[in-house]
Design a binder for this molecule. Sequence first.
Ligand code: ZN
Length: 440
Amino acid sequence: MKQVNDHASKSAQKTSMPFTRWGADVLQLHGPEQAELLQDHVLEVNPDGLIQALRARIPGEAVEYDYRGMVIAPGFIDPHLHYPQLDVIGSAADGLLPWLEQHTFPAEKAFRDPAHAELLATRFLDELIHHGVTSAAVYCTSHPGSVDAFMQACNDRDMAMMAGKVLQDRHSPEGLRDETEQSLRDSQTLIERWHGRSRLSYVITPRFAPTSSEAQLRGCAELAAAYPGVRIQSHVAEHQAEIAWVRALFPKDRSYLAVYERLGLLQQHSIWAHCIHLDDEDRALLAARQAFAAVCPSSNLFLGSGLFDFKQTPFSWGLASDVGGGSSFSPFRTMLCAYEVARLQSHYLSPTKLWWQHSSGTARALGWKHCADGLRANTVADFIVIDPRATALMQRRWEGSESLDQQLFCLIVLGDDRHIKETVIRGRAAKSRFSREAIS
Ligand SMILES: [Zn+2]
């Protein structure tokens, strides 16, 4: 693995990166129901990769990156997915638990090989960039080296990412099962090595209650308490068979979520994937603890896990792909699945709301400040350029739409990676640099 040299890479950027101007229409998201499209604007980016200004284009002005007629928007944020599952996306199984045993666990075992981890980390980040995702909260495997490989790859791309080593000290196959005390020591070492370095955050990552002992789960909570600002992420209430297993393992607890609450893991800004089969008490608990639900509709449909109840969300939440249980890296697909799941429950999610919950709104709810403020002066220039005319049908629908709402909705329904013209990370074009070999 290459040695990390943050200082050297930043110095190189400062000397090599000029002041740049990006010209296009600009999508500003002000809240879950408030968006505007600023026509023919210029985003100025300074040599540190920060937005210097957002202003109307001067008539006749030439810019370094001219995307007139396209749309600059905040980058998408994916608050739950697994980089080691890149090679199992699109694997069929009879529900969550068979899927884990037949596809996920065998694939994750291969990450004991650092070279494999490095290769998959690179390919995974290529895919994120290819699909317009600029930041994410990511699961590695139980091998500490899988975290080093991933963090190093993120660091090389200067991406704002959260990630952590999976902890699983029971009910796990040989080659993935870790040891309680050692797993906590390894997590602590990784926090010290990576948390707060460049744009990286460490997340303490017990896979889920069935594969961790009480001692391991309690240790995770204690570790988080010892490192303020380090979050916890895990899965909860995804599938009925999983819930039955949890009930058998923790018979005294009121619910699956209550296990995590009793052991101290339900902390502010902790990230809980799925949250499908909750009751009112669970929902109130998530809200009271200021925890965050990562909602994964494409995964829930793919694995047949259930339908997230979009009508009852007193807690903060955001949309996530859950690759490889999720069937696509594309935020457009995830937003469309969310819309369709809500429709099955006679609920309406507006296009702006869907977009917000997969970008700035998610960052804000997570307290992830460096990507929460959208496209404003003095924020990091992480953004995407959308080409609404990349396909003939989308062009017809875009140009024939009478409102921004309608235009955004057409992109959600018809959009894919072809409509992501460019992904910009800290002011630098990344899609054209990194994703040439991406698998689309
Ligand atoms: Zn997951």
